[in-house]
Design a protein. Structure first.
Length: 443
């Protein structure tokens, strides 16, 4: 007999079927045992005789054959897809047994400290609230891909091992690549630009790596970047316009999750960074008007201002200092000290970075060297410009940051199944180190 999913049982009333899944709960009532069986589609109540499930505990994996029947009227659960039926078990097979559970991981309010939540990730991902986090992430990725395909963008796969770093700085992971120096990619930026020469509009969904030297609630050492790049732009404003289309579609596609998505007005406000710092100073007295970037509390404050003034929980901040942006960023012709670049802030956190890129070969070479790099290290990348690329630009979304802000999570580590930071590779690193045998001292 072929297995069917729990939610398919409603189509087989009165028929014998086979279902498989995990024991979500067990309830003993004298001569009857109710097993709520969980599979990827949902929960199904099964009615078993005690002898069939004598040793069965929660999280046992079962195969159950039985007859689908209507539930008694008083036992109907309208909030369940299978709430009007139940399975009268005739045969139960244990597919996997379970050790004693360390805690009630199915609780709707799983009140664990974050390290414990992550140390037991193979178990806690089964919690329905936590599962929903990753379904939201999946929907965001699907929406990003669908929107860009509708806008005639071509998807490509960007490499994660690179010979040179796009963003520069010290936050890079060096790797031994067949005895040659290489790096884990900080960004697919260089490859997006190369691909424009063939497709004009491209996007990629890839993992990127930053050797962040601190542990914060907003940074990861490995995260998922949703990147897009487009050629033949008339203005760098085209980039923000496209970015806004993507965001609006994302929030619309999340409507089925019952999420209070961030509010957006008719057009997301756009504000220069220095103007934002002036407003923050006037509102708070905090003077960061000479800083080269917005501080975390500044991002929160300017989003609050945007909500109050425009009814928008999102705002574009533009014109970041040229010296603080990567070498390929286009300087504002009216004020070369600032760039035609932007960040999109959502509920107090940057979720997108983008801007126009330099497409002039000679200017790129000069900038590479001005930023302290060697043009020869970028010769492969520079071919694209040596043989002609039109005016272009792009942007990148941080998936985990979007999930965090949309769901109001406390920590970005909750937004990814398997977070990586300077303290963790699955388990906390200091725990693993404790188990290493001590080195014997030489006599």
């Amino acid at each position: 007999m072929k297995r069917i999913l729990n939610t398919e049982t409603i189509k087989h009333l009165g028929e014998k079927v086979k279902v498989c899944g995990w024991v979500n709960t067990r309830r003993d009532h004298g001569g009857i045992v109710f097993i709520d069986l969980r599979d990827r589609s949902g929960i199904l109540q099964t009615v078993c005789s005690p002898d069939l499930v004598e040793s069965v505990k929660e999280e046992y994996v079962l195969e159950i054959e039985g007859i689908v029947q209507k539930r008694p009227v008083k036992m109907v659960k309208k909030d369940l897809a299978t709430g009007e039926v139940e399975l009268k078990a005739e045969n139960v097979k244990v597919l996997a047994k379970v050790s004693s559970l360390p805690f009630d991981f199915l609780s709707k309010e799983l009140s664990l400290k974050l390290p414990t939540l992550l140390d037991y990730r193979p178990l806690t991902i089964r919690n329905p609230e936590i599962k929903n986090i990753f379904k939201v992430g999946e929907e965001i990725v699907n929406s990003f891909r669908k929107t860009l395909q509708c806008l005639d963008f071509t998807e490509f796969q960007s490499p994660n091992i690179v010979p040179a770093v796009a963003e520069g700085g010290a936050e890079i992971f060096r790797i031994d690549y067949y005895n040659y120096n290489a790096y884990l990619a900080q960004s697919p930026q260089l490859y997006k630009q190369i691909m424009l020469g063939a497709f004009e509009r491209v996007f990629t969904i890839t993992h990127v790596y930053r050797a962040e030297p601190s542990v914060t609630t907003r940074h990861l050492s490995e995260y998922t970047s949703l990147d897009a790049e487009m050629a033949f732009i008339d203005s760098w404003h085209d980039l923000m316009d496209t970015c806004e289309i993507i965001v609006r579609n994302m929030f619309a596609d999340l409507s089925g999750f019952g999420i209070a998505v961030p509010e957006i007005c008719k057009g997301i406000p756009r504000l220069k960074m220095r103007e934002a710092q002036r407003i923050i100073f006037e509102r708070t007295g905090r003077d960061n008007r000479k800083e080269s970037d917005l501080e975390p509390e500044d991002e929160q404050e300017i989003c609050q201002w945007s909500k109050e003034k425009y009814g928008s929980e999102l705002i574009f901040i533009t014109h970041y200092p040229t010296k603080k942006r990567p070498f390929y960023t286009f300087a504002d012709p009216e004020d070369p000290n600032y760039t035609l670049s932007f960040d999109l802030l959502c509920r107090g956190l940057e979720i997108v970075t983008g801007g126009q890129r330099i497409n002039d070969y000679e200017k790129l070479v000069k900038n590479i060297e001005k930023w302290g790099n060697k043009a020869d290290d970028f010769s492969f990348y520079l071919q694209a410009f040596k043989y002609g690329l039109p005016p272009e630009g792009g942007f990148a979304f941080g998936l985990e940051r979007i999930v965090k802000q949309v769901l109001g999570l406390r920590n970005i580590r909750e937004a990814t199944p398997f977070p990586r930071d300077m303290e963790r590779v699955d388990r906390r690193l200091f725990l693993a180190q404790k188990k290493k045998p001590a080195k014997k001292k030489k006599k």
